[in-house]
Design a protein around this ligand. Structure first.
Ligand code: FAM
Length: 427
């Protein structure tokens, strides 16, 4: 992985130069004001973090580095990790070198399986994933080197070692969790001739169809990162900023992803589609669908898969999944219903309660579950694990770069109600 290490080193130098320039133009310039509403409202919209791995534009969606979703959605996850952490796609030789390195580190230790197999049978797969990563913390190279006395400038290098060890083991770990939790508990062996996502598809043992392997590739690419302020990425960075090693930080980020307002939302979408299928069959009439959506809204519920905190257009990741569905499973009943919802829901949400829904368009979750279901991956509780496997790439890249740039421990200031009241009285 020499090329990856060199790529990151160069990227850190470039980013540091940019930051030096920014500071020269005004280190104390004000870019954002904090309202009382934001203090009590989850800091929504507050500009308070720098993250150079990815950016979400309200109108053009997710960028990884300088590339739009359309420009990276046909790549391999390995290429995406390279892009997240170096700002560039790898050439052929760098990609092969990186993949060889992952192959060498792929084996999950026996003690991790012992931990996972000792859990109650109905443990949530996200608990198993988080615990699986944490169980390997004793292997942290960063931790060992730090104890010996590590220079600050080298923190990122040993964090990269940890990242490689974690990323390499994720396909075997995630697939093993699936087979222990939902299958007969027998694990399928890693195949070093396959790539990262190909191995995940193979070891899950759900479907040998090439389309399924390609769906795993696309799924792992599209969920890789979403800026630095979302619950899981931010949590992971906060934990790592205390120099807790990457095993702690990745496990912590996954714990955030496991929440129903974050990564767990995707399973709700498929549940919604299956409910529509149960009620109205394979090909519901648009008018019937429209009436049903209004009923759901009038009962005070949200339409899963629609709306977004940042986006104001159809999520390009939804569009990429839709394109995949058209090419691979156009006649699948869930896909057809998801597609029909796309032609009905935005118009309803646009006019709902005088336009209070800021974004009536579909997000990434509106389509992904239908595609997984098409290939026989029907266990909803596992979907967030796939999201997690992908998102770990973002956690790792964000932490490596932040350490490379010497970012300090994160410690925003909190205040009491009294402090806020006194502030009002002062003004
Ligand atoms: N159906 C019904 N009402 C909706 C709605 C939807 N899909 N999306 C937003 N609204 C309502 C929202 O509940 C709020 O109503 P109240 O003022 O009564 O609370 C109002 O519209 C304004 O909300 P907003 O500013 O448009 O959205 P937020 O930024 O507050 O929330 C979401 C964004 C994604 C939480 C919200 O759109 C939602 O609940 N969507 C459905 C669930 C979903 O798809 N979640 C997955 C999100 C995905 F991108 C992810 O992170 N994995």
């Amino acid at each position: 992985m020499d090329n990856l290490r060199e790529g990151i080193q160069n990227h850190i130098i470039e980013l540091q130069l940019e930051i030096d320039n920014i500071f020269a133009r005004g280190r104390n310039s004000v870019v954002s004001e904090v309202t009382v509403g934001q203090i009590y409202g989850g800091m929504r919209g507050l500009v308070a973090l720098a993250c150079n791995t990815s950016y979400v534009d309200p109108y053009s969606g997710l960028y990884i580095g300088k590339y739009t979703t359309n420009e990276f959605s046909d790549k391999l996850p390995e290429e995406i990790f390279f892009l997240l952490s170096t700002g560039k796609f790898p050439d052929k030789e760098s990609l092969a070198d990186f993949q060889n390195d992952l192959n060498k580190r792929a084996k999950v230790p026996q003690y991790t399986w012992d931990v996972l197999r000792s859990l109650p049978k109905d443990t949530h797969p996200m608990t198993m994933l988080s615990l699986g990563i944490l169980s390997m913390e004793n292997e942290s190279v960063f931790k060992k080197e730090y104890r010996k006395g590590l220079q600050k400038a080298d923190y990122w290098k040993y964090t990269l070692e940890d990242a490689m060890n974690i990323l390499a083991k994720l396909p075997e770990l995630a697939a093993g969790i699936y087979r222990i939790r939902f299958g007969d508990g027998n694990l399928i062996s890693y195949d070093s001739n396959l790539n990262w996502s190909g191995n995940l598809a193979h070891m899950l043992g759900v479907n040998n169809d090439e389309g399924f392997a390609d769906l795993m590739r696309l799924y792992l690419v599209l969920h890789c990162d979403h800026e630095g302020g979302n619950v899981s990425a931010f949590t992971s960075r906060v934990v790592n900023s205390a120099l807790s090693d990457l095993y702690y930080a990745v496990s912590a980020g996954l714990n955030g992803l496991a929440g129903p307002l974050h990564g767990l939302a995707n399973q709700e979408c498929l549940r919604f589609i299956l409910k529509i299928h149960d009620k109205f069959g394979d090909d519901p009439d648009e008018e019937v669908l429209r009436a049903y959506i209004l009923d759901v809204l009038n009962s005070g519920k949200v339409i899963p898969g629609y709306g977004h905190a940042v986006l104001r257009v159809t999520d390009p990741r939804f569009t990429a999944f839709m394109k995949f569905g058209e090419a691979n499973c156009a006649n699948n009943h869930c896909f057809k219903i998801a597609k029909k919802l796309f032609s009905v829901v935005p118009d309803i949400l646009m006019h709902y309660k005088e336009g209070k829904v800021a974004n009536p368009w579909p997000n990434v979750d509106a389509m992904s579950g239908s595609l997984l279901h098409n290939y026989g991956l029907n266990e909803f509780d596992f979907y967030t694990v796939l999201f997690g496997v992908s998102r770990v790439m973002g956690f790792c890249a964000q932490n490596i770069l932040a350490l490379g740039l010497g970012q300090p421990i994160i410690r925003p200031k909190s205040v009491t109600n009294k402090w806020v009241i006194d502030k009002f009285d002062e003004n």
